[in-house]
Design a protein around this ligand. Structure first.
Ligand SMILES: *Cc1c(COP(=O)(O)O)cnc(C)c1O
Length: 236
């Protein structure tokens, strides 16, 4: 598997995008999106130094990562796909962070079950900025309500925002999508400033995938979600 070489190539590109946009490499986390890929592929990425992984289905994540984190200390796992209500009870104790929170009803469900974790559950709120599937909150008003809902549960922590840019070869719409996320983050940060017990803070901007991560870095991303670029094509 060329995972190790792929990681080196991606890392080089991240570093040159950082240099171009005068950003520190340390501000940006790299997630390996391992959906549809085997535990062996995850193992290879881990051996090459990757610690953050993303899955978009609860069941697949549970099958792949149960036991893995116990034997691979430091591994962090995020859910990046839409969460169905009937999967919340499984997801809330299993993931370190749910990045794809896109409905108030899911926040309520997560809030009610998050008490069963030893630590608070971290959330990113997904904003719809142009990707075809229409997942994510539609705009600022709906995000205001979502933040208030999340803040009403002591077991939840908001860490920032997530988005998917449209799948297109043209740079303009992709850049606009990322810029919109940054703007909305600024609005939310002004309205809900980080409090002393850090119930919400806005440090994480999860944007950028295999096809657009260099643009995302230029626009301020702090977390890149890369699947194909690290693990190769998915069979789906
Ligand atoms: C699959 C997926 C990715 C990774 O996509 P690639 O183009 O393979 O890098 C990133 N984010 C989300 C939400 C995904 O579902």
């Amino acid at each position: 598997m060329p995972v190790t070489e792929n990681l080196l190539r991606i890392e080089e590109k991240i570093q040159s995008a950082c240099a171009r946009s005068r950003r520190n490499r340390e501000e940006i986390r790299l997630m390996g999106v391992s959906k549809f890929h085997s535990r062996e592929a995850v193992e290879e990425a881990w051996q090459a130094g990757l610690r953050l992984f993303g899955e978009n289905r609860v069941q697949e994540a549970v099958e792949k990562f149960t036991g893995f984190r116990e034997s691979h200390a430091g591994t962090e796992l995020h859910l990046i796909g839409s969460l169905q209500r009937n999967k919340v009870k499984t997801a809330a104790p299993f993931f370190n962070c749910i990045q794809s929170v896109d409905r108030d009803s899911v926040i309520h469900e997560l809030g009610k079950t998050s008490g069963e974790r030893g630590t608070a559950l971290e959330l990113l709120l997904e904003l719809h900025t142009g990707e075809e599937s229409k997942s994510g909150f539609p705009g600022e008003e709906s995000l205001f309500r979502a933040v208030e809902t999340a803040l009403s549960y002591p077991g939840l922590r908001i860490r920032g925002l997530m988005t998917m840019a449209p799948y297109t070869g043209s740079e303009g719409p992709i850049r606009n999508s990322f810029r919109r996320l940054v703007k909305v983050r600024d609005v939310l940060e002004a309205r809900f400033p980080p409090d002393t017990d850090k119930r919400c803070c806005w440090t994480c901007l999860s944007m950028g995938m295999s096809g657009d991560f260099e643009i995302a870095i230029e626009e301020g991303s702090t977390l890149l979600r890369i699947g194909t670029g690290i693990f190769g094509e998915r069979r789906q």
